[in-house]
Write a protein that binds this ligand. Structure first.
Ligand code: ADP
Ligand code: MG
Length: 240
């Protein structure tokens, strides 16, 4: 589903990704963790071409991201993304937030877009809030709307960038439960998160990034109980 080969990226003269290699199969759940500034966001932003990269190759479901600007549109239609700061449009209702992309990008009719939106709002258990504005919802509810909004485009891959980091502790579970539901349905997922309970129970593989490199990757059991690299041992010592 995703193939990154020797991907490197610089901001000016600063190298932020160094030869990142990553293969993700259909239905696989990957968790990425690592210290702040290690390149986690940059990595997943490269996958849906929110960021250009200077070296290497990324292919997403057969679409070569280096190929042309056309490939950017194609990949955005297949890859859903959820951010730390929910990024909902404040001037649109929850329902309108969910209807926008299917109508604008896919040309879905208003009636169909509304039906799709209600389907996914029901799935994240907030159909009752469809007519409200984002500011009228809690952080956890807003993040579930953001997930529903991404799902309205029926993506093949979902990318999450620290989706629970901006939430009050009591709201983390409702968002993680929504993500676990998606995982159970077989969604291909890449999640940047420091929720190690989630990583243990959901991830097929956990990746540790440091200074722009994937330093270690292993199934959760091995990752947490037998970390090989000292940098990972130090990191786990700090967060666990
Ligand atoms: P992480 O998500 O692991 O915290 P990032 O991928 O956001 O790390 O950042 C990796 C490195 O790239 C950091 O050193 C960060 O300061 C730098 N960086 C990120 N975005 C930009 C940008 N737009 N311009 C310049 N440097 C950036
Ligand atoms: Mg980040």
């Amino acid at each position: 589903m995703i193939s990154m080969e020797d991907v490197s990226k610089w901001y000016g003269s600063m190298r932020v990704l160094t030869d990142v290699n990553l293969k993700v199969r259909k239905g696989e759940r990957i968790v990425i963790c690592g210290p702040s500034g290690s390149g986690k966001s940059t990595t997943i932003r490269c996958i849906n071409r929110l960021e250009p990269f200077q070296k290497g190759r990324i292919v997403v479901d057969g679409i070569d991201l280096g190929a042309s600007t056309k490939s950017v549109q194609a990949v955005r239609a297949e890859v859903g993304m959820v951010f730390q700061q929910f990024n909902l449009f404040p001037h649109l209702t929850v329902l309108e937030n969910c209807m926008l992309a299917p109508m604008k990008v896919r040309g879905t009719s208003k009636g169909d877009a509304e039906a799709i939106a209600m389907k996914y709002l029901t799935r994240v258990r907030i159909p009752d809030h469809a007519r409200k504005y984002p500011a009228q919802l809690s952080g956890g509810q807003q993040q579930r709307v953001a997930i529903a909004r991404a799902l309205c485009m029926t993506p093949k891959i979902m990318l999450f960038d620290e989706p629970t980091s901006a939430l009050d502790p009591e709201m983390v579970k409702e968002v993680l439960d929504t993500m676990i539901g998606l995982a159970d349905e077989g969604m291909t997922m890449l999640c940047v998160t420091h929720e190690m309970g989630f990583a243990r129970s959901v991830a097929d593989r956990v990746l540790f990034m440091d200074r722009g490199e994937i330093v270690e990757q292993a199934p959760p059991e091995e990752f947490f109980t037998a970390p090989r690299h000292e940098r990972l041992r130090d990191f786990l010592g700090q967060i666990l």
